[in-house]
Design a protein around this ligand. Structure first.
Ligand SMILES: N[C@@H](CCC(=O)N[C@@H](CS)C(=O)NCC(=O)O)C(=O)O
Length: 207
C-alpha cells in the first residue's frame, strides 16, 4: 500500500489531493510543523535525509519531490490524468507540471521571504527588485495562459493542475494579489470546488 508522509500546510497537499482523486488505498502519516520555526519535525528525517514533505513509500522505495511523485502515481495508477506520450499535448503537460515547482516557486518564495525580512527591519537592495520583476513576469505569463481555460492542458484535469494549485493558492493568499491575476483566481476557484480537493482538505483538517 502507498504510504504518504504528509506535513500539515505544505506542498504535500498535492499528493493527498491526487490520491483522493485516484481512489487508490493509501496510509496517511501526518506531521505537524514546529510551532516556532514552522519547519518539519526531526522525525521526517528518519524517512528521508532532507526531512521534507511530501515523501511517499511505494513498492519498497522512498520517493521525495512532489513532481516525481505526481508523475509516478499517475503513470502507475491513473494514466487518464496525463496526455498519452505520443500526443501533441504531452510536452505541454511536462512543461506545466514542472513549471509549478521551478519557474513559479522561486519568485513566490523570494517575495514571501522578502516580506519577512522587510518586516523585521532589513533593507533589501537587489533582491526585492529582482523578486518583484520575476514574480510579475511569471504570474502574468500564467494569467495569460489561463485566460478562458478551466485546466492547464487540453481542458481536462491533469497532473499539472495538481502541481500548480498549491503555488497559486499560496501566492494569492500570502501576497494578496488575486485582483491582479483574475484568470489565475477563477482557475483556482474551480480547482478548489472539485470533490477530491475538498475531501483532501477535510482529511488534512482532521489529521
Ligand atoms: N521540491 C520539493 C520541496 C519539498 C519542500 O520544501 N517541502 C516543504 C513543505 S512545503 C517542507 O517540508 N518544509 C519543512 C522543512 O524544510 O523543514 C518538493 O516539491 O517536494
Amino acid at each position: 500500500m502507498i504510504k504518504l508522509h504528509h506535513l500539515q500546510a505544505s506542498r504535500s497537499i498535492r499528493i493527498l489531493w491526487l490520491l483522493e482523486e485516484i481512489g487508490q488505498p493509501y496510509e496517511l502519516i501526518s506531521y505537524q510543523r514546529d510551532a516556532k520555526t514552522h519547519l518539519a519535525p526531526q522525525s521526517l528525517k528518519s524517512i528521508h535525509p532532507l526531512g521534507k514533505s511530501p515523501v511517499i513509500e511505494l513498492d519498497g522505495k522512498v520517493i521525495a519531490e512532489s513532481g516525481a511523485i505526481v508523475e509516478l502515481l499517475i503513470k502507475k495508477f491513473a494514466p487518464h490524468l496525463a496526455p498519452d506520450e505520443s500526443s501533441e499535448h504531452y510536452s505541454d503537460y511536462l512543461q506545466w507540471l514542472h513549471f509549478a515547482e521551478s519557474s513559479a516557486m522561486l519568485p513566490l518564495l523570494l517575495k514571501v521571504f522578502n516580506q519577512y525580512e522587510t518586516r523585521s527591519g532589513t533593507t533589501l537592495k537587489f533582491l526585492d527588485h529582482y523578486a518583484e520583476a520575476e514574480f510579475n513576469k511569471v504570474f502574468t505569463y500564467l494569467n495569460n495562459h489561463l485566460n478562458g481555460k478551466t485546466f492547464l492542458i487540453e481542458e481536462r484535469l491533469s497532473g499539472a493542475d495538481f502541481m500548480l494549485a498549491f503555488v497559486i493558492q499560496s501566492a494569492l493568499n500570502m501576497l494578496k494579489c488575486a485582483s491582479k491575476y483574475p484568470h489565475i483566481k477563477s482557475y483556482l476557484d474551480h480547482l478548489e470546488s472539485l470533490a477530491s480537493y475538498q475531501k483532501a482538505m477535510q482529511i488534512e483538517a482532521s489529521a
